[in-house]
Design a binder for this molecule. Structure first.
Ligand SMILES: [Zn+2]
Length: 176
């Protein structure tokens, strides 16, 4: 069996998502994830909650243009960061719906980025929240293994433009 793709996530980003999910309960909430690529692997640095009138107990939809605006706002603070995917909460302990997976496939195949975007569903469990992450790999949505990290180190003083792809991963490649 294929090893699950990894998804590094800062504790800050995880906390942003789980606290927003708890505040919105029993409605859904959501937003976007912003970060960097390290050796082709996404590393979520910041999660942004995006408010919308289009949400309820079983749906959440990001307003048109809100993603771009939110990414630009985060990049004002650190221009190494870019869009990595969407997240939203489920008030019950269920994974992505068929609609969620269809929207992940649509954004992966109709506006391909490198790597494909990740979708996180923040599932309410008995005693908190679990992050359920998926990314299209070889044309199928695969569950991703979440690995928590510390914050992104400060930007190096020079050559910021290409630094995304030279950052070292936060944990060793051999970890399992
Ligand atoms: Zn959903």
């Amino acid at each position: 069996m294929m090893r699950p793709p990894r998804l590094w996530t800062t504790e800050t980003a995880e906390t942003t998502m789980t606290e927003a999910a708890a505040r919105a309960h029993p409605d859904e909430t959501g937003g976007i994830m912003v970060g960097v690529l390290t050796n082709g692997h996404p590393w979520v640095i910041v999660a942004v909650e995006i408010s919308t009138p289009e949400r309820g107990r079983t749906h959440y939809r990001i307003p048109a243009d809100a993603t771009r605006t939110a990414v630009l706002r985060v990049r004002e603070r650190d221009d190494r960061l870019g869009y990595l995917g969407d997240w939203h909460s489920h008030p019950r302990n269920v994974g992505p719906s068929s609609i969620d997976l269809a929207s992940l496939a649509r954004i992966s195949f109709t506006s391909p980025r490198v790597p494909n975007p990740t979708q996180i569903v923040v599932r309410r469990t008995g005693d908190g929240y679990d992050l359920d992450a998926r990314r299209i790999v070889t044309y199928r949505p695969r569950t991703c293994r979440i690995e928590l990290t510390g914050p992104l180190p400060p930007a190096p003083p020079t050559d910021a433009a290409s630094s995304n792809y030279r950052l070292r991963p936060p944990t060793s490649e051999g970890a399992s």
